[in-house]
Every structure is written in C-alpha cells, then in structure tokens.
Ligand binder design. Structure first.
Ligand code: 3AM
Length: 195
C-alpha cells in the first residue's frame, strides 16, 4: 500500500516532488505483478513495485509548500464524475525505457481530469510537457532493449472514484510514493440524479 505522509514529520520549508495520480486497487496491483512475472523475462527491465503502480495524471516537479497549498485548493474545487478504466493496451517506449499498460479508448472523464490538473499546474508555474497526455501505468523501467511484448494484457478494470496527490521520495536506493491528499469524484448516481 502507498504510505500516508505523517504530517508531523513533513518539513514544510523543503520543496517536495509531487504528482497527481489515480491509485490502482490493491488486488489489481497484485494481479498485474503476477501477470507481469508470467509474461516478461527478468532481463526485460526493472519491475515497479506493486504498491507503486499508479496512473499519473499530472507531474508537478519540485513544489514549494505554498504552491502545493494553492494546487491542493484548486484540486478540491474539481467536480466531475468518476469513470471506469480498462487497461487493455500495452506498449514499449524504448527511448524512455518504459513498458506500460494503457487504455485503447481512454474514458473522456480521465482525459478531462488530467487536462484540468495539468492546466491548473501550468497556470501555477509547474512546467508541463508539451507531449500529449498518454494515460499509462508504468510496469517496467530501464527497458531500453527490444522486448517481446505480450499480445494481450491482463485486461484489468477498475472504477476511479477518487484522485490523489503523491509525494515521490527517493531514499536508500528506493522510490516510495507517499499519499498527501485524495479527493472523491462524484458518483454516477449523483450525476444522473442531477440531470
Ligand atoms: O510512472 P509514470 O511514467 O506514470 O514518469 C514519472 C512517473 O510517472 C513521472 O511522474 C510520475 C511519478 O514519478 N515523471 C517523473 N519526472 C517527470 C518529468 N520530468 C515525470 N513526468 C514528466 N516530466
């Protein structure tokens, strides 16, 4: 499970490396790790730990406490319904050495949420890549050599009912993602009631 930041131990003056993401359910993280072990040889790349499997919405970089507070307030004003995500696509970006799971048809809600968080980040001075958003869950890193990509994914699906802000912490040779804050998305029932 992704660790929750202990508020008392956070050094409020130091910039933190932050990103918005969708967490994957724990059982799905375990299923993906098992599927990955069955489908990739160990030399394919460095596997991402189960607890670190996530879908990035917006990368913010090193952010001051004041800027993080503004971004958290803006995130709290987002009101949109949750959506279902099916990880039915797979690919390899040899340039960045990433093997990923993605969506053949990303739900519109996912694209809207990422777009909103990215434009809020850009307006708050967090550099945003000009590359188009390609929703994905990184499975392996350091995959710079050609790899046989399985024809089919595990086809895992989940309902995204909240999105979260994480801090990325690198210590003792390991990257850990600490949960900073989560925001619920409206349930589909509420949305249809409101129509
Ligand atoms: O695992 P993914 O690719 O979804 O790649 C990093 C990871 O996303 C991405 O932020 C997530 C948490 O670390 N990331 C790291 N540095 C980045 C950068 N400079 C970056 N994304 C864009 N620009």
């Amino acid at each position: 499970m992704i660790n929750v930041v202990d508020k008392n131990t956070v050094n409020k003056t130091k910039p933190r490396r932050l990103f918005f993401a969708l967490a994957l359910p724990e059982d799905m993280q375990q299923n993906i790790v098992q599927w990955r072990a069955d489908n990739f040889p160990p030399e394919a790349g460095r596997p991402i730990a189960a607890a670190n499997l996530h879908l990035t919405l917006a990368f913010l970089g090193e952010v001051s406490a004041a800027k993080a507070q503004v971004l958290q307030q803006l995130a709290g004003r987002i009101s949109q319904p949750g959506f279902n995500i099916t990880l039915d696509d797979i690919g390899h970006w040899p340039g960045s050495g990433v093997i990923w799971l993605g969506c053949k048809n990303p739900p519109r809600g996912l694209l809207q949420l990422a777009q909103l968080l990215r434009s809020q980040a850009a307006r708050s001075g967090c550099y945003q890549t000009p590359l188009p958003f390609h929703p994905h869950v990184t499975l392996l890193r350091g995959a710079v050599r050609p790899v046989a990509i399985p024809a089919k994914t595990a086809n895992e699906s989940f309902h995204a009912s909240h999105f979260s802000l994480y801090e990325s912490v690198f210590a003792r040779g390991r990257t850990r993602y600490h949960l900073v804050q989560s925001w619920p998305m409206a349930s589909s029932e509420r949305t249809s009631d409101a129509l």
